[in-house]
Design a protein around this ligand. Structure first.
Ligand code: ATP
Ligand code: MG
Length: 572
């Protein structure tokens, strides 16, 4: 391809709205453009890379025995009503009506139509197992679309669904997908880890997320270098790491006047105590039923753990009117002792071993000090409901665990019979008994994967694509297009590479060399052949984007070196 006729709108300026590197670089390199909030188009350079990711995924899915189909993006409400998710999705689902008032949605994820299709077509155990997949647009009206294509409202997902006769079969199907995922992310050049993930209160029996370690990730991962344990913060079990000395004298409860101290910070200052001395009492509405959850003042409550414990669909902080009614006090003075209205109390495990805590007195402007679980209040449940954090110990081996941020690029999930039961997706087993199929689901976000690769592969000059994903593998740059010798050699190399099946660009634009080099680095082409002053001596220069290494060659040697590098899949 000749850059003189390529649609490649690069930008020197950093767009103001872009907060993270991948978003900035995707705009600057002209890979994509915003059409609306969380809705993007891909331009030629971006779309080529996008299609390479798609091809890798397709190859690995096919290799794993999954079969590709394509579902519509617009889907009837009925099947989502059958599964109950028409309500569960809430405002995240894009909904629309046709001219006669029938309801539809734009598919946020496709468990329902896949299950329906299999239900309608498969009757016998003989047709199982089967794994189907598609590479299809998804629509989610995210509360906070951000970071460009990392969290967008329209994105492309590869979603696969497996249907098995029994859980042993599911384990096999799941394992095949797990292997395929590793192959995909390896081929994309990502440094990632598979972590244990939450599988929901009523969900399946196993789930793993594929996380790309990155400070801009929105997920928190706990991992252990000693034993290999890795889980996200919704799953990672917290072992109580602090217990007061059992010999500590349990003091009598005292009520203290704490006006204007509603937060832990304000209380710490007023009472001169460390945050772990407080019992942070939070009131939630779980599917409309109020509960109080208590964690230590220096801990964060994990809403997924709490929701799973309660088995609820919707967990929200209670409104101030409800809090006032339950506690009999203004917001900020809630505690487990002397609630006006009895509600279920759930304590984090660490509260159990803590002595003489500070808690709200359920009276405006007052707190209790020296509150002790057991003596002063009895929780209904003691459980792990907090976020794992720095300093916590590994639930698997007991050493100190590491915490980092991660970008979730893929997710595999043992669904069990959740959808097959809801949608009556059954088969006849060998004995002629009707049984629900055992399902798994497996997703990868293509756009997010592409952005994650950029997060991990860039420098101050731009993107550094791994060869497997680069829109083109090499650019031939004649320094002066008016120089006939340079142009001749550049064209010679360009044609040779093209004939050998290399994806090659020739920068035949009448631009200064600096502009050409900058663009080439910005869009991250892995190899560059510069045909400059030494062309008259038959010498050209090959530069490797990732290492900056430069070598001089004859034109033919340069062609050979490129072929070799592409063949060996030159990475960093
Ligand atoms: P998140 O917690 O980040 O919202 P999710 O749990 O909703 O992700 P899944 O429903 O498991 O994600 O979707 C599978 C994959 O689709 C994710 O691993 C991710 O790569 C991708 N994905 C999900 N939501 C988005 C989005 N808004 N923009 C881009 N990719 C997304
Ligand atoms: Mg989501």
């Amino acid at each position: 391809m000749r850059l003189s006729s390529m649609f490649m709108p690069t930008q020197r300026e950093v767009p103001a709205e872009a907060e993270i590197v991948s978003h900035k670089l995707m705009l600057r390199a002209g890979l994509m453009r915003k059409i609306a909030s969380g809705v993007y188009s891909y331009l030629p350079m971006g779309y080529r890379t996008f299609r390479k990711i798609e091809a890798i995924i397709r190859e690995e899915m096919d290799r794993a025995g999954a079969q590709e189909i394509i579902m519509p993006a617009i889907l009837p409400a009925e099947i989502y009503k059958e599964s109950g998710r028409w309500d569960v999705f809430g405002p995240e689902m894009f909904r629309l009506k046709d001219r006669s008032g029938r309801e539809f949605c734009l598919g946020p994820t496709h468990e329902e139509p896949f299950t329906e299709t299999v239900r309608n077509e498969i009757r016998s155990y003989r047709a199982l197992p089967v794994t189907l997949y598609q590479i299809q647009h998804k629509y989610r009206d995210e509360k906070r679309p951000r970071f460009g294509v990392m969290r967008s409202r329209e994105f492309v997902m590869k979603d696969a669904y497996s249907f098995d006769r029994d859980t042993k079969g599911l384990d096999v199907s799941y394992e095949k997908m797990a292997e395929a995922y590793c192959a995909i992310f390896d081929r994309c050049g990502l440094d990632y880890i598979a972590v244990e993930a939450d599988s929901g209160a009523m969900g399946g029996s196993g789930s793993q997320e594929y996380m790309v370690k990155s400070d801009v990730g929105e997920a928190t991962i706990a991992f252990c270098d000693s034993c290999g344990y890795a889980a996200n913060d919704e799953k990672a079990e917290c072992i109580p790491s602090y217990k007061d000395d059992p010999r500590t004298v349990i003091l009598p409860v005292e009520k203290v006047y704490t006006p204007d101290s509603r937060t832990i910070e304000e209380l710490m200052e007023n009472l001169g105590l460390l945050p772990e001395r407080f019992a942070k009492s939070l009131i939630f509405s779980a599917d409309g039923v109020h509960v109080m959850a208590i964690v230590r003042g220096d801990r964060e409550l994990n809403e997924t753990k709490l929701a799973n414990l309660l088995g609820c669909n919707e967990l929200m902080m209670a409104g101030s009117a409800d809090v006032e009614e339950i506690t009999g006090a203004a917001v900020g003075f809630a505690g487990p002792c002397g609630l006006k209205k009895k509600i279920r109390i759930i304590c984090d495990r660490e509260i159990e071993g803590a002595v003489n805590l500070v808690a709200g007195a359920n009276e405006t402007s007052y707190h209790f000090v020296n509150v002790n679980m057991g003596r002063d209040f009895k929780p209904d449940t003691v459980a792990d409901i907090r976020n794992i954090t720095k300093g916590d110990i590994c639930p698997s081996c007991g050493r100190v665990v590491s915490i980092c941020k991660g970008i979730e690029v893929g997710h595999i999930f043992k669904l069990g019979t959740k959808y097959s039961e809801a949608l009556d997706c059954v088969f006849l087993d060998e004995e002629g008994n009707e049984r629900p199929m055992i399902m798994g689901c497996y997703g990868i976000g293509l756009n997010r994967t592409m952005a994650a690769v950029i997060e991990q592969n860039h420098d101050e000059n731009g993107i550094i694509w791994p060869i497997a994903l680069a829109p083109y593998q090499v650019t031939v740059v004649p320094v002066m297009v008016s120089d006939i010798v340079q142009m001749d050699i550049a064209e010679y190399i360009y044609n040779k590479l093209k004939e050998s099946g290399i994806e090659v660009l020739i920068d035949d634009r009448d631009e200064r060399p600096g502009v050409k080099f900058k663009d080439n680095e910005l869009i991250g082409i892995p190899l560059r052949i510069t045909v400059g002053r030494k062309a008259s001596e038959g010498v050209v220069e090959l530069k490797i984007r990732s290492t900056g290494q430069m070598s001089e060659f004859s034109a033919d040697e340069a062609v050979e070196a490129v072929l070799e590098a592409v063949k060996s899949g030159l990475r960093k």
